[in-house]
Design a protein around this ligand. Structure first.
Ligand code: AMP
Ligand code: MG
Length: 306
């Protein structure tokens, strides 16, 4: 029985977990210092991120009510901003990814996002925050995880601010559908891809007022071929616009009834934020080919894991 279940004891994971525990502390201290409040993760809810790619749903029936395991805290971040101005969460995400993603080295079915959101912020505000946060993290790690990084033979480069930006349109026109991978291999420092088209993303990223079909959002991409680090943007917060965007995607509005009622009656604040994948961040810091070594208990897509 045991041999059918994936379980690893690996030197790389041992080091990565030590680095990971520092990463969480440094990021958390950085955000608390900047006036953020940490909120507890939501694990089950009637609503969760619809995502822009197919996964299996984690469904739970409880007294006849349907709950979903959290795929991201996007909606709860908007709801939390009704009470607090700047929030973050180390949010466990369950995304039961398809087996095709088993060998990408970048996907797990269970991972953590450091998810944050700021009331009345612009995309530029949170992009600058992300840049400061990563520069601070890398500097601290060079001092505090010197030994671990030496064992891994990894030297972390400190990127310079502001990070380079390229629009989705420019990237796509130049490189075609593999734009992210090709740019990630070409670049030497983390860089931004901004302004995604509506069809690429979920309904909640804000559409430009004067540029229909394009979104005020961004991805941060690691260099050396490590790919996407984070996604974020400004959010749709007005009831009518949210409904229109959901209808454009032919979504079931009834399934989001409570969320929509709150948007209509309580009214959301304008906000911007992002979610950075912690295991992918650790993978980049450690220079691992495979994300499975960033954690003791990786859930590899399609595999039966402990
Ligand atoms: P998304 O909202 O889909 O862009 O996810 C936010 C961040 O979480 C991404 O930028 C990645 O860093 C990370 N992430 C998303 N999906 C996975 C996954 N299946 N395994 C590990 N990390 C992921
Ligand atoms: Mg993304």
């Amino acid at each position: 029985m045991l041999e059918e279940i994936y379980f690893q004891v690996d030197e790389r994971a041992k080091i990565a977990v030590k680095i990971g525990s520092k990463v969480r502390k440094i990021l958390s201290d950085f955000l608390l210092e900047r006036g953020f409040v940490e909120i507890a993760p939501v694990i089950i809810s009637p609503i969760t991120d619809p995502l822009a790619h197919p996964v299996f749903d984690g469904e739970i029936n409880y007294y006849g009510n349907k709950y979903y395991l959290t795929k991201s805290m996007i909606f709860h971040k908007q709801l939390a901003l009704l009470s607090l101005e700047k929030i973050f969460c180390f949010s466990p995400n369950i995304r039961l990814e398809l087996k095709d993603l088993e060998k990408t080295g970048r996907h797990l079915a269970e991972f953590t996002q450091l998810d944050l959101e700021v009331r009345n912020a612009s995309r530029e505000d949170v992009m600058e925050l992300a840049e400061d946060m990563l520069i601070h993290l890398f500097k601290k790690l060079r001092e505090e995880c010197k030994e671990e990084l030496e064992i891994l033979g990894r030297e972390i480069k400190i990127p310079s601010k502001p990070f380079k930006r390229i629009s989705f349109e420019e990237a796509y026109n130049k490189y075609g559908k593999d734009y992210e991978e090709m740019l990630s291999k070409e670049e030497k420092e983390p860089f931004w891809i901004i302004d995604f088209p509506k069809w690429k993303r979920e309904f909640y990223d804000k559409e430009y007022e004067d540029r229909k079909g394009w979104l005020v959002d961004m991805d941060l991409i690691y260099p050396e071929g490590f790919g996407e680090a984070l996604s974020g943007g400004e959010r749709e917060y007005e009831y009518e616009r949210i409904v229109r965007r959901m209808e454009e995607k032919s979504m079931n509005l009834q399934a989001f009834y409570a969320y929509l009622q709150i948007a209509r009656i309580a009214k959301f604040y304008p906000s911007a934020g992002f979610g950075i994948g912690i295991e992918r961040l650790i993978r980049y810091i450690c220079g691992f080919e495979d994300i499975r070594y960033t954690t003791l208990f990786p859930k590899i897509p399609g595999k039966y894991c402990i």
